[in-house]
Design a protein around this ligand. Structure first.
Ligand code: 13P
Ligand code: SF4
Length: 297
């Protein structure tokens, strides 16, 4: 069986498999850890194994490579990217900074290594509010996600200027999706990701990162949940809470790149230790400062 061969090779290669919560179920099942971006970054930073097999999208694997330059980070599907991360370039960010002298730059980890290298501090969906609160500056440039930036702005008196990027999966949810789902499941709690639009967030019962959603679903006395994040999340939710019901806010919430990884590709990556994720040293050194500053918050 593929999973057995993966497990054998993992040991032989002294490798660990990290998988994001949106990965296909079969990939989540062979992972040593599945989690949100923050948990996976922390795991990569403290990892003992020599090889990290990163099942997710490229900015996540790059973050692992930046935090653990001595390790070999491989991505089973090198072509898996995050379209939102491509919505701002380092050059655009430099211009944005020049237009707002004195402002701090907070960069969502869903960004390229080059953009991180131009930023003061990173954040994830799990810690954006705390990261902004930790800054001395009164003005903050928040890139690239306008929705997470606006969500964080609700919790601070600082002036937040957002870049106009977005996640096509989360930005697509509408208030009509909420109305329809609530009508179908009146007893359910609505849990959404902060990458959703403000008008959808306004209607939610709770707003969390993907692992925050998983934690809440376990702890809540509610039996039914409408889940406003990528559809792969429901696999973990159902596995961890077999007696509870989870309904997607929309069946169309699919991140195509997250679904590019398969067990066959994980096996091949372990056999060849390729494709390796490499970030040029000069960029990695500058980006590391922004990521480590976030991890210290
Ligand atoms: P999390 O950090 O909440 O897992 O989010 C990552 C992501 O890409 C959401 O679309
Ligand atoms: Fe990027 Fe959205 Fe996919 Fe997350 S769900 S990786 S933000 S495109």
């Amino acid at each position: 069986m593929l999973a057995d061969e993966i497990s054998r090779l993992k040991e032989e290669q002294n490798a660990v498999i990290l998988a994001h919560n949106y990965q296909p179920g079969e990939v989540q099942d062979v992972a040593d850890l599945r989690g949100d971006s923050l948990e996976l970054s922390r795991a990569a930073a403290g990892e003992k194994a020599e090889v990290i097999v990163f099942c997710g999208v490229d900015f996540m694997a790059e973050t692992a490579a930046i935090l653990s330059p001595e390790k070999r980070v491989i991505m089973p599907e090198a072509g898996a990217g995050c379209p939102m991360a491509s919505m701002i370039t380092a050059r655009q960010l430099r211009r944005f900074k020049a237009e707002h002298p004195g402002a701090a730059v907070v960069c969502y980890v869903n960004s390229s290594a080059e953009v991180k290298a131009e930023s003061d501090i990173c954040c994830t969906s799990a810690n954006g509010i705390e990261v902004v609160a930790s800054l001395a500056e009164d003005q903050v440039l928040f890139v690239p996600d306008r929705n997470l930036g606006r969500y964080v702005a609700r919790f601070t008196d600082k002036k937040i200027v957002t870049w106009d990027g977005y996640c096509y999966v989360h930005d697509r949810y509408t208030t009509e999706d909420v109305r329809r789902a609530r009508a179908l499941h009146p007893q359910a709690e609505l849990l959404v990701h902060p990458e959703c639009r403000p008008e959808v967030i306004d209607l939610a019962d709770h707003v969390y990162s993907t692992s925050g959603i998983a934690r809440h679903a376990k702890e809540s006395p509610a039996q039914e949940f409408i889940v406003g994040t990528e559809i792969g999340m429901n696999y973990r939710l159902k596995q961890e809470n077999p007696d509870k019901e989870f309904y997607p806010l929309s069946e169309e919430a699919v991140c195509v790149d997250m679904k590019k990884t398969s067990l066959e590709k994980v096996l091949s990556a372990l056999q060849t230790l390729e494709p390796r994720v490499a970030v040029p040293e000069e960029i990695a050194d500058r980006a590391r400062g922004a990521i480590e500053r976030m991890l210290a918050v």
